[in-house]
Ligand binder design. Structure first.
Ligand code: ZN
Length: 291
């Protein structure tokens, strides 16, 4: 049951900016149309950070969480009070379920691929195949996912997989809408802005939507330190850029390259010789106007 407060009146889609889906501008979809939308993210909580308020306008939406959020090195697990990656992953799954229920999203709408945290790049082919099959079978029209920004290797890996999967569908490719999480800015870690300086479009959230999203944040108890760094009143979007995935994002300023060299994108790509991927969606660039 949707326990969130009722949304503001639905604006006419005809008044929405050209090309921007009306549900980003505050309209509530019917379940049949909501089922044509997929949110594909790396970790349990990314969906809430990126589009937690929009989720409540999308009954029937599909949530795909690629990793279980539990690195096998156990440092994060122990910090959160768990002795094993399995227990930590289970806790994160329960937090995800509880938070999504606040947005009216049922367990069967969530597809957890169960990749270990940090494992998106090594498993990119399998993930891409799963995503392409999912998008095709469900006739997905819009995918919300990570921007390619160099903040977390899994975020970038999932962005790559989504673009590649959509590209495999050719004329049936869904439009990809990207969301910024964090990246290396000029003066340090920078949150919820696009790393190329493009403003994108910030959705106007009502006070009730912000309160609802804050309540979702609160249910991710093991991630409090991380979520405290994000502003729940900001949801920023744009149609995905046409990336050349042979080159690292953010002009090579990667947050994960020094600490986790084994996950570093340029090393990985150089070793595996990944092919470049053109933008898979006909609709790229900025939304016309503000939401
Ligand atoms: Zn994440």
């Amino acid at each position: 049951m949707d326990r969130r407060p009722r949304q503001a009146p639905i604006p006419s889609p005809a008044r929405s900016p050209l090309g921007a889906p009306p549900w980003l501008a505050g309209a509530r979809l019917n379940p049949a149309d909501g089922a044509r939308v997929a949110v594909v993210v790396a970790h349990p909580d990314d969906e809430t950070i990126g589009c937690g308020a929009a989720l409540s306008r999308l009954p029937g939406v599909n949530i795909i969480v690629v990793t279980d959020g539990a690195p096998r090195d156990l440092a994060n697990a122990r910090r959160a009070g768990f002795d094993s990656a399995a227990d930590y992953a289970r806790a994160r799954r329960q937090e995800l379920r509880a938070a999504l229920s606040l947005a009216g999203i049922a367990e069967e709408q969530v597809c957890a691929l169960g990749v270990e945290d940090g494992g998106a790049w090594p498993l990119h082919l399998a993930i891409t195949q799963r995503l392409a099959a999912f998008f095709g079978e469900r006739r997905i029209e819009f995918v919300l996912t990570h921007a390619f920004e160099g903040g977390h290797s899994d975020h970038d890996g999932v962005a790559y997989c989504v673009h590649l999967a959509a590209g495999l569908l050719l004329g049936r490719a869904p439009a990809i809408i990207e969301m910024p999480f964090y990246h290396q800015g000029r003066s340090g870690l920078t949150f919820q802005t696009f790393c190329d300086g493009d403003d994108g479009v910030v959705a106007r959230l009502s006070p009730a939507e912000i309160a609802g999203k804050r309540a979702m944040f609160d249910l991710f108890r093991t991630q409090k330190q991380t979520l405290d760094r994000f502003d729940p009143s900001v949801e920023r979007y744009r149609f995905a850029k046409a990336y050349d995935f042979r080159s690292p994002p953010n002009l090579g300023a990667l947050r994960y390259n020094d600490r986790q060299a084994f996950l570093g994108l340029p090393h990985w790509m150089a070793r595996r010789g990944l092919a470049p991927v053109a933008s898979s969606t006909a609709r790229t660039g900025q939304f016309a106007g503000a939401l």
